[in-house]
Design a protein around this ligand. Structure first.
Ligand SMILES: [Zn+2]
Length: 445
């Protein structure tokens, strides 16, 4: 067919990442006399059309404009001709190429249209965003026969969910409520690694997520001790708060498919006023406290009011014998989850640390998060420091923070082995903060 149309590859719908210049082939080869009219409609500021592959000069068109026969620039000869669409900001638009007959061909008109979308994607395998049920989006693992929610952000909002298609390349997961949309429910069907690709109509690069379908481990028993004063008053924490913390712990550890329960649903008390407020340097007392129980084959949590290290307040401390948690400044499930992470073999990750002359600087990159890259659709310009702050194992935990992420693999950051007070033990590198290194059946001695 001759006339006025777009090259076949460009027909129908196309999507462009913001910041990308995409060529568009125009075929203007009618045998009749007439005019070729190119117009652009759509979101203001979202697109520009250029006649050359450069965004330096003045554009041929911006949304709302029309040119006839390419005037003042001749874009239609020789045919085929290429123009270039720049996507500047999220938006939707339409490019129309029309032939309008003149002279003997007067009244003969035809046209071709192309729907264009300028998209900004946001796919973060490492994120602290949670679902309405307070579970992690896009977790590192799904329980076999269980489900999890995975999410990709696609701007503009007007871009239809039906053109966002999730595909499983492993055969180990399925989509019980459909595989299209910004948020999908993924079911773990059989144990093993999985990889999901997200196909967006017209989009060249394929965002992806990888993870594991896991069978649950044995539920971890947690022995809980609460310190009170000598008279059995002023408990460091109330029992109902402990149960809330364990519920929160279970929401966090749904990421690596682990479960915790208070042993026999019963907490223990010890009445020692001197243990309500402790000093980190008094290791003898801390050890004595953590020996209230031993050999439980599960975890041991000891709640006190405060723990200080010099002038610093500490949210908790973990050892082979148990976890001491403090409540004076509030105790959150994230704090508990962080300390439990240490028992599970994970390490602290920081971007910098007082007195340590090493700092993590620069933008995120694939080699700094090899299993959690997802194609690179984190927010533009995001720093590695910002990414580290999303982790459950981020070294500074403050009350009231959102749930921390347990990534699939190791993440580059500043960490230490052994005694953190020895500056020689600190180094930068890929740190054990994710599923890859987790011991899913932890216990204290
Ligand atoms: Zn820590």
């Amino acid at each position: 067919m001759r006339g006025a149309r777009f090259q076949k590859a460009n027909r129908g719908n196309t999507s462009v990442a913001t910041g990308v210049l995409r060529p568009l082939q125009l075929l203007c080869d009618s045998a009749l006399t007439g005019d070729y009219i190119l117009s652009l409609e759509g979101t203001g500021g979202a697109f520009k059309v250029f006649t050359i592959a450069s965004t330096n000069g003045p554009p041929l068109l911006v949304p709302g404009q029309t040119v006839t026969n390419g005037q003042p620039v001749t874009f239609i000869t020789p045919s085929p001709t290429r123009v270039f669409i720049e996507a500047l900001a999220p938006g939707m638009g339409t490019v129309t190429l029309r032939f309008q007959g003149t002279g003997n061909a007067l009244g003969i008109n035809h046209q071709d249209t192309l729907n264009i979308a300028a998209l900004a994607l946001d796919l973060q395998p490492v994120t602290t965003d949670t679902t309405p049920l307070d579970l992690a989006y896009t977790p590192c693992a799904i329980e076999e026969d269980g489900t999890a929610q995975f999410r990709i952000g696609v701007k503009p909002d007007a871009f239809p969910d039906t053109q966002i298609v999730w595909t499983d390349y492993s055969g180990r997961v399925s989509f019980p409520y459909g595989n299209t949309g910004r948020t999908v429910t993924v079911r773990g069907d059989s144990e093993g690694p999985f990889r999901l690709g997200i196909d967006i109509e017209g989009f060249y690069a394929l965002p992806y997520v990888q993870g594991d379908v896991l069978k649950p481990t044995n539920t971890v028993d947690v022995t809980v001790w609460i310190v009170r004063d000598d008279n059995g008053q002023n408990a460091a924490i109330e029992e109902y708060e402990v149960h809330d913390l364990i519920a929160g712990l279970n929401r966090i550890y749904r990421q690596p498919v682990m479960k915790f329960q208070v042993q026999n649903n019963t907490v223990f008390y010890t009445n020692r006023t001197e243990w309500l407020d402790m000093d980190y340097s008094d290791s003898a007392s801390l050890t004595e406290l953590m020996n209230c129980s031993y050999g439980t084959l599960g975890l041991e949590l000891y709640f006190i009011r405060s723990l200080t290290k010099g002038s610093d307040w500490m949210g908790g401390v973990e050892s082979l014998y148990g976890i001491v948690l403090t409540t004076a400044n509030g105790c959150t499930a994230k704090t508990v989850g962080h300390e439990v992470g240490h028992t599970c073999n994970l390490q602290d990750a920081c971007e910098d640390f007082p007195g340590i002359p090493l700092a993590v600087e620069g933008e995120i990159r694939e080699e700094w998060m090899p299993k959690d890259w997802g194609g690179g659709y984190y927010p533009p310009g995001m720093g590695q420091a910002e990414l580290l702050q999303q982790l459950l194992m981020y070294g500074f935990v403050a009350p009231g923070e959102p749930m921390g992420d347990i990534p699939a693999g190791r993440i580059y950051g500043l960490g230490y082995e052994g005694d953190m007070d020895d500056p020689n033990n600190w180094h930068k590198g890929l740190l054990k903060v994710g599923l890859e290194d987790i011991n899913r059946q932890p216990f204290h001695r």
